[in-house]
Design a protein around this ligand. Structure first.
Ligand code: ADE
Length: 229
C-alpha cells in the first residue's frame, strides 16, 4: 500500500515513522509513506499557502492552488482514495481502518489554519475526523489514521499479536489481561486464567468483554446485541 500525506510540517512525522511497528512495516515494504510539503507547490513569491477569508472574519483560510498542484503531482492520484482531515469529517473508526487497509493507494491532506477553501473539499473523496475535538492541525490525526490502517495490513503484526481480538473488531471492548506475578499487593489473577482450561477461559473472556462493553460503551453494546439476534 502507498500512502501520500500532504502536509506543511513533514518533520512532525519523522519520529513516528522511524520507530516500532511503523518502521518495521515500511522496512518490510508492506506500506510506503511519502510526505509531500505542499508549500513547495505555492506559486506566490513568499510561498504563501493561506489567505484571509472572503467576506471577512478571523483567521486564515488554506487556499486551493498549492493543494491542487501538490495533489496532481502524485502519480496515480486520480484513482487513489483521497481523504481530507477535518473535525467536520466522518468519525474515523476501526471498520474504516479495515476497509482502507485493502486500498492500494491513499492520499491524506492535513489542514492547518482556520479552515479550507471550500473548493479543496471537492478534490477529495471523503472527510475524516478522529474525534470531537479540534487539533492545531491534521498531522496527529493523519498519524493516528495511518497507524490504525497499517497495523491491520496482513503481515504487519505477527500471528501472536493478532489484531482480530482487538477492541472494536467485533463491537466489543477487549477483556482484561494479566501477566506475572499471579499475585501483586494482595490482588490475585482470576483463578480461571491459571486453570489451563481453554474452553472456560474463552467463555470467561467473552463474558468479561460483554460486561465491560455494557458498562463503558452502551452504544457498542447495543450494536453487539443486535448482531447476535
Ligand atoms: N484537524 C483538526 N482537528 C481534527 C480532528 N479532530 N480530526 C481530524 N483532523 C483534524
Amino acid at each position: 500500500m502507498r500512502i501520500d500525506i500532504l502536509t506543511l510540517f513533514p518533520k512532525m512525522f519523522e519520529g513516528y515513522l522511524s520507530e516500532s511497528i511503523m518502521a518495521r512495516a515500511i522496512k518490510n515494504e508492506l506500506v510506503e509513506v511519502n510526505l509531500i510539503d505542499f508549500r513547495e507547490f505555492s506559486k506566490s513569491k513568499h510561498k504563501k499557502v493561506d489567505d484571509s477569508p472572503y467576506g471577512g472574519g478571523a483567521g486564515m483560510v488554506l487556499g486551493v492552488q498549492s493543494v491542487y498542484d501538490a495533489l496532481v503531482s502524485i502519480p496515480g492520484y486520480e484513482k487513489a482514495n483521497k481523504i481530507l482531515l477535518t473535525p467536520q469529517g466522518k468519525r474515523f473508526e476501526q471498520l474504516m481502518a479495515y476497509r482502507l487497509s485493502n486500498q492500494p493507494h491513499i492520499i491524506i491532506l492535513c489542514g492547518h489554519y482556520e479552515g479550507y477553501d471550500e473548493r479543496i473539499r471537492d478534490l477529495f473523496d471523503c472527510e475524516a475526523s478522529i474525534g470531537d475535538f479540534v487539533l492545531t492541525g491534521g498531522e496527529i490525526a493523519a498519524m493516528a489514521i495511518v497507524d490504525a490502517i497499517t497495523r491491520v495490513i496482513p503481515g504487519v503484526i505477527g500471528k501472536d499479536e493478532s489484531h482480530l481480538n482487538d477492541s472494536f473488531s467485533n463491537n466489543l471492548l477487549e477483556y482484561p489481561h494479566y501477566t506475572r506475578p499471579s499475585e501483586f499487593m494482595g490482588k490475585k489473577v482470576p483463578e480461571i486464567l491459571l486453570s489451563g482450561n481453554h474452553k472456560l477461559i474463552k467463555e470467561w473472556r467473552l463474558n468479561q468483554s460483554i460486561k465491560r462493553t455494557k458498562e463503558r460503551r452502551k452504544d457498542l453494546y447495543i450494536k453487539y446485541m443486535k448482531e447476535q439476534e
